[in-house]
Design a protein around this ligand. Sequence first.
Ligand code: C2E
Ligand code: MG
Ligand code: MG
Ligand code: MG
Length: 294
Amino acid sequence: RRRGTADASYCFYAGEMANSSLRRFDLDAALRRALDRGEFLLHYQPQVDLASGEVIGAEALLRWNRPGVGLVSPLEFIPVLESNGLIGAVGEWVLDEACRSCRDWQEFGGAPLRVGVNLSARQFRDGDVGAVARHAIDRSGLDPRLLELELTESIVLQDADSVIRCLRELRSDGIGTALDDFGTGYSSLSYLQRLPVDRIKIDRSFVTDLTSNPNSSAIARAVVGMTHSLGMTAIAEGVETEGQLGYLRGLGCEAMQGYLFSPPLPGDAFVNLLRDGCRMASGDAATEGKRILL
Ligand code: C2E
Ligand code: MG
Ligand code: MG
Ligand code: MG
């Protein structure tokens, strides 16, 4: 009887395993076709200057429109693209598409609008990220200063010297860089000081409980202070409430992105937002933190 139970549970477990490896196989095959079939697209999340309330650019976020399924989150398929090596080809497509869109946004006047593009560790390991970015810039005709590559602390830590060399080259080409999800990794302050990056993105986890957890607010304050001492600017991720917005303004954080202003939008919806001149209230009206029309 005991044996029977054990066998039954083993079968159940084996079934689960088979299911998950089948699922993975299926996902892998579908992703291999996705690029050729044009199933990838980018959404753009507006980034807002906290002093002026104006949209200063957007982060490009990859989506997969999987036939019969709908939009799939990058958290689900980017790890697969990294492990099967497809991230190189998809990453090139992302850079091309983001640079082309950003060039088109410039016609909406006002200050030049930037685009942020996320990079994976594997893209640094396998290829020449600088060459791929320059190629995308050349093809699109975008001003290199309007492209900002986002990398994480883990990318830097895996091979600090070669990443720093690559960042220096990007900088000499005028391409901007940002350190994403800052505070979630393990980079030491001495690394940070050696890193030629322009912006620090304060991770959403610190922003979320900014007004309720003294530890988070202390970290956010320290990160903004350190960012400024190193001559960089700060942008907060995942701002969802007016309380968080007010606190970040008080810290002197330069910019934000988050659901409070807008979720990531399809390309045409982002263009409509630019066309309508949407901005966030600033100064005394700031606490409202609403999207208002000029
Ligand atoms: P990330 O670069 O840190 O992007 C920010 C994520 O936070 C996005 O998730 C965005 O939709 C979400 N977010 C923005 N504002 C808020 C908010 O107010 N509240 C909450 N709860 N979430 C917010 P998304 O689009 O699912 O992307 C997840 C991650 O996938 C990204 O994190 C990035 O690491 C990765 N990723 C996305 N696109 C690409 C890409 O083209 N290449 C690579 N290598 N990675 C990408
Ligand atoms: Mg990012
Ligand atoms: Mg981030
Ligand atoms: Mg993140």
